[in-house]
Design a protein around this ligand. Structure first.
Ligand code: COS
Length: 380
């Protein structure tokens, strides 16, 4: 067993950290307050190869492994979790399913502009009436002439207002209830109408939109993978995507610990640094220990995925644990900062608001437990 990162993984991690510290972190507070989507950042990330870290070089990606990608997500999220989720959804949820399930023509057409960061990708699964029960979705795709006519509404689509390529799930077999009648499609921005930009508790530098598909007509070659195999595409995509969200959670938690530690060595009360009080030291030690555990679970799941081994339950464990750690750590960071932690003067409250969503999106913590328990009890 070797826990060391390879030279390439360390170099990519350093590149992402340097960019995040110089180009993202100094602005994250303003973007949060102004609810600003920093579109220009993703073009720069594209130039550095960080919008397609684990996409093969022949499709214009950086050709690095999934572990490197997860390291990048942690660094970006440590600076700004909204930037982190934008890159995570763009890569794991929009680009990788095309790399994995697309035809050669689909890969050549859609992946290079995504991998270079020239355009953004989005993933449209959730609907107003279909969240955790993803298989109950009601958007329809009906054969018509040379293609499919797609109608329905999608909700909470990350990157929805800025994406050019959408992986959309629709029911092609209205006679079949549940997951079996679902297929996946590749749509362009002009097939999709953005009906609302969501107002959220946190992640204010990311975009979350509601969409309407108003009878969009797409040719047959926009079907991704086989007809009625869309649910498997969605689930396999989420298996990998959840590892990315775990990395995002680790990044938020690390940022919270960094802020708490820096404050604890500056702030003096009762004649000494509060970092010298055991009450504070123990908090910092617990935070650091939990983050290390969350990071190892995340890297293990990423390594399994890279090795082509089963990683669904391991990714779910990583997300379940890391998201809890992000919430707990950011809460404790506020406590270390006391009254200052509750103000906008320090970023601890932003970390706390950003952390909460990691327990909800790409499958709630309850769904992660379902995935883990199913694997645990399989065959018993
Ligand atoms: N990889 C590939 N295929 C999978 C899979 C996976 N990880 N998980 C399930 N499938 C396949 C199953 O094999 C089954 O196929 P067959 O009917 O051919 O056997 C099909 O998908 C249906 O699976 P299942 O019966 O397990 O589906 P359920 O409706 O019980 O749903 C959960 C399972 C709850 C795990 C799923 O709906 C889920 O993940 N929900 C959360 C959705 C989510 O994360 N939403 C957030 C969106 S991003 S904001």
């Amino acid at each position: 067993m070797d826990f060391a990162l390879t030279n390439e993984q360390r170099e990519i991690q350093a590149l992402a950290r340097e960019f995040a510290e110089s180009e993202i972190a100094p602005h994250a507070g303003d973007w949060d307050r102004e609810h600003r989507f920093p579109r220009e950042v993703f073009a720069k990330l594209g130039e550095l190869g960080l919008m397609g870290v684990c996409v093969p070089e022949e499709l214009a990606g950086a050709g690095a492994d999934f572990v490197s990608y997860v390291l990048v997500l942690e660094e970006l999220s440590r600076a700004d979790a909204g930037v982190g989720v934008t890159v995570a959804v763009h890569t794991s949820a929009a680009t990788l399913p095309i790399v994995t399930f697309g035809t050669e023509e689909q890969k050549q057409l859609f992946v290079p502009p995504l991998a270079r960061g020239e355009v953004l990708g989005a993933f449209a699964l959730t609907e107003p009436g279909s969240g955790s029960d993803a298989g109950s979705l009601r958007t329809t795709a009906v054969r018509e002439g040379d293609g499919w006519r797609i109608s329905g509404t999608k909700q909470w689509c990350t990157n929805g207002s800025h994406a050019s390529t959408f992986v959309v799930f629709a029911r092609t077999d209205p006679g079949t209830e549940g997951a079996r009648g679902v297929s996946a499609f590749l749509l362009d921005a002009d097939h999709v109408e953005v009906t609302r930009e969501e107002e959220k508790l946190g992640l204010h530098s990311s975009s979350t939109a509601d969409l309407r598909l108003d009878g969009a007509l797409v040719p047959f070659d926009r079907l991704l993978h086989e007809e009625r195999k869309g649910f498997a595409v969605a689930m396999a995509t989420l298996d990998g995507g959840r590892i990315g969200i775990a990395a995002q959670a680790v990044g938020i938690a690390q940022a919270a610990l960094d802020t708490a530690s820096a404050y604890a060595v500056e702030r003096e009360q009762f004649g000494s640094r509060i970092a010298d009080f055991q009450a504070i030291r123990f908090k910092l030690a617990d935070m650091a220990t939990e983050i290390a555990a969350a990071r190892q679970l995340t890297l293990r799941a990423a390594w399994l995925k890279q090795a082509g081994l089963p990683h669904g339950a391991e990714g779910a464990m990583a997300k379940l644990f890391a998201s809890r750690v992000a919430v707990r750590t950011s809460q404790e960071a506020i406590q270390v900062l006391g009254g200052y932690g509750y103000t906008r003067e320090f970023p601890a409250e932003r970390f706390y608001r950003d952390a909460k969503i990691t327990e909800i999106y790409e499958g709630t913590s309850e769904i992660q437990r379902i995935v883990i328990a199913r694997q645990l009890l399989r065959g018993l």
